[in-house]
Design a protein around this ligand. Structure first.
Ligand code: UN1
Length: 497
C-alpha cells in the first residue's frame, strides 16, 4: 500500500526542483524490509549539463562574496543541521540501514564540519615570505577553482557530503553534487538545508542518478574544474583517469583493508571491545572498518575466544530500534559480495569461527542481514586478507613478533587506517612511525576519525586528504603573488654588477 504513496523527488538545479530530462526515475528501497521509500530523478548528461551551467554562472558572484560571509552561511547550516539532527538520522537509518546512534554520529560529523569550515572563512591561511629583491613583496593565497563535482557514497550520507561541500563552499567554489543512489533522501535533506541556510541560487546543485550515468557525465563535463569522489578503488581509478584526461583537479578517497595489531602486552578485553566496534559497527561498511586482526600468538586464544563471544552477542535488527547493534547491509549486491567471500574463505582454507551466513529469523528475512563473521587461521596472503569486503567480516591473522605484525599490516594494496594495542609506550611510538597508513590509533580501534585532522590514506586508498585544514587542498589552487614596489626593473636571480 505504501508503495503507491512513494514520493517523486526531482533534482535541485539553480534553485529550482526539476525532473530528469529523460523523465526517468530510480527507486530508493529500505534495506531493512524492502519498502519503497521514494522515486528520485534518474539524471543523465543533459541534467548534469544544466546544473554545471547554473553552477558556472553562480561562481562569478560567489567567488567575490567575502570568505568570512561565506563562512557565516556555513555557521547557519551547522546550526540548522543540529536542529534537524533527528530527522536526518532517521531518514539515514531507514534508507541505508545504519543504526540510529551511528546515524546521529554521522550527522554530528556534518555539524562539526560546518563549524570547522565556517571558521576557515576568517583564516584560510596563505604565506607571506621575504622576497630576494629589496622592494618586492611575496605572498601566496588560495584561490577557488570553479565548479566542483562531488560524488559521494551511501555509507556516510551526511558526513561525507559535508566533508566535501563545506570546505569547497567556504573557499569560493560552486557545486554539483551527485549523491549515492542508495541514500538519496539524505542528499535531498542536505540540499534543502543549504538553501534554508541562505546559499544563493545556483551555488549548490544536486543531481540524482546512477554512477555510470549522472556520475560519469559529471566527471566528463568540460565545465567542471574539480572532482572529489569517495567510493571503491575500481571506480575511483577510472574517475581519476578521466579527470586527468579532461584536466580536472581530482581527489579520490577509496578502499581500505584496515588492521588492528594486538601485541602480547595488550589489554585484551579492551582490544576485544575495540575490534568488535571497528569490525561490526555500521555492519563493517566503513572505509575505516577493521577487517584484519593481527594478533600475537601469546594472546591469540584469549583474544579469539573473547571476540567470538562478543560477536555472537551482537543483536541484529531494525536500525531504528535503539537496542539494535547491527543493521542490514545496504543492498542485495552487498549481501552477495560478503556471501561470495565466505565461499572464497572456505576454498582458501580459513576456519570459520562464527557467522558466515545471512540472518533470516523472523523479520530479518525481509532485509539484507548478515551475521557477524570471523575467520581464524588466516594467512596474510589470502584474498580475504587482501581484498576489501565492506561487510561484517574480519580475519584473525596470528603473528609472532612486532616486525612481522608491521609487515602484515603494511602488506596490502591499501593504506587507510591501522591500530595497535600495547602497554609499552616505546612499541606504540615505533608503530606510529612504521605503520604506513594515513591514520593510526594507539589502544583504540580503526574507526572514529575526527574532522579536525586530515582523513585519507596511502597507496590504493588514494593519497588524498579530506577534512582538517588539508581539505582546502582539493578545492583550491595556490597562487604565488609578487608585488614589485621599487618603480624600476629588478631582476630576480641575476647578480647586477
Ligand atoms: C568512511 O567510512 O568513509 O573514522 C568514513 C570513521 C568515521 C568516518 C568514516 N569518522 O570511521
Amino acid at each position: 500500500m505504501t508503495e503507491t504513496r512513494a514520493r517523486s523527488v526531482g533534482n535541485h538545479i539553480g534553485g529550482e526542483v526539476r525532473e530528469a530530462a529523460s523523465g526517468g526515475w530510480f527507486e530508493n528501497r529500505s534495506p531493512t524490509d524492502g519498502e519503497l521509500l521514494g522515486l528520485y530523478a534518474r539524471s543523465g548528461a543533459e541534467d548534469v549539463g544544466r546544473a554545471v551551467e547554473k553552477a558556472r554562472a553562480a561562481f562569478e558572484g560567489w567567488r567575490l562574496y567575502p570568505a568570512p560571509k561565506r563562512g557565516e552561511i556555513l555557521y547557519r547550516a551547522g546550526a540548522l543541521m543540529a536542529e534537524r539532527k533527528e530527522e536526518f538520522a532517521r531518514a539515514m537509518s531507514r534508507e541505508m540501514g545504519k543504526v540510529l546512534s551511528e546515524a546521529r554520529g554521522d550527522v554530528q560529523e556534518g555539524i562539526d564540519m560546518a563549524f570547522f569550515a565556517a571558521g576557515e572563512g576568517r583564516r584560510m591561511l596563505g604565506d607571506t615570505v621575504p622576497a630576494e629583491l629589496p622592494e618586492k613583496f611575496a605572498m601566496s593565497i588560495r584561490m577557488p577553482i570553479g565548479v566542483v563535482g562531488l560524488i559521494t557514497p551511501w555509507n556516510f550520507p551526511v558526513a561525507i557530503p559535508s566533508w566535501k561541500s563545506f570546505p569547497a563552499l567556504v573557499a569560493g567554489n560552486t557545486i554539483v553534487l551527485k549523491p549515492a543512489e542508495d541514500a538519496p533522501e539524505c542528499a535531498r535533506l542536505f540540499t534543502q538545508l543549504l538553501l534554508d541556510a541562505g546559499l544563493p541560487e545556483g551555488v549548490f546543485n544536486t543531481v540524482f542518478g546512477l554512477g555510470e550515468e549522472a556520475g560519469a557525465a559529471l566527471v566528463e563535463h568540460p565545465g567542471v574544474a574539480g572532482v572529489s569522489f569517495t567510493g571503491s578503488t575500481a571506480v575511483g581509478v577510472s574517475i581519476a583517469r578521466e579527470a586527468h584526461r579532461t584536466h580536472k583537479k581530482v581527489a579520490t578517497e577509496m578502499g581500505g583493508k584496515n588492521a588492528i595489531i594486538l601485541m602480547d602486552d595488550a589489554d585484551v578485553d579492551l582490544a576485544v571491545e575495540g575490534a568488535v566496534w571497528s569490525a561490526f559497527g555500521t555492519a563493517g561498511q566503513r572505509c575505516t572498518a577493521a577487517s584484519r586482526l593481527i594478533v600475537h600468538e601469546r594472546v591469540l586464544d584469549e583474544f579469539t575466544e573473547g571476540l567470538v563471544r562478543a560477536a555472537n552477542a551482537l543483536k541484529l535488527g531494525d536500525p531504528l530500534d535503539e537496542g539494535t547493534d547491527v543493521g542490514p547491509l545496504v543492498n542485495e549486491e552487498a549481501l552477495r559480495k560478503v556471501s561470495g567471500y565466505v565461499e572464497v574463505a572456505k576454498e582458501e582454507g580459513a576456519t570459520l569461527l562464527c557467522g558466515g551466513e545471512r540472518a533470516t529469523e523472523g523479520d530479518l528475512s525481509k532485509g539484507n542481514f548478515f551475521r557477524p563473521t570471523i575467520w581464524g587461521g588466516v594467512d596474510p596472503g589470502m584474498r580475504i586478507a587482501q581484498e576489501e569486503i565492506f561487510g561484517p567480516a574480519v580475519c584473525v591473522i596470528p603473528v609472532s613478533s612486532y616486525e612481522e605484525a608491521v609487515r602484515v599490516n603494511n602488506g596490502t594494496p591499501y593504506g587507510l587506517s591501522s591500530a595497535i594495542y600495547t602497554r609499552d609506550v616505546n612499541t606504540a611510538f615505533r608503530a606510529m612511525r612504521d605503520l604506513y597508513t594515513g591514520i593510526n590509533y594507539v589502544n583504540a580501534g580503526t574507526i572514529g576519525a575526527e574532522i579536525q585532522l586530515p582523513f585519507g590514506g596511502t597507496k590504493a586508498t588514494g593519497g588524498h586528504r579530506e577534512v582538517g585544514q588539508q581539505a582546502l587542498d582539493s578545492f583550491t589552487e595556490w597562487k604565488s603573488i609578487y608585488v614589485d614596489y621599487s618603480g624600476k626593473l629588478q631582476k630576480a636571480q641575476i647578480d647586477e654588477v
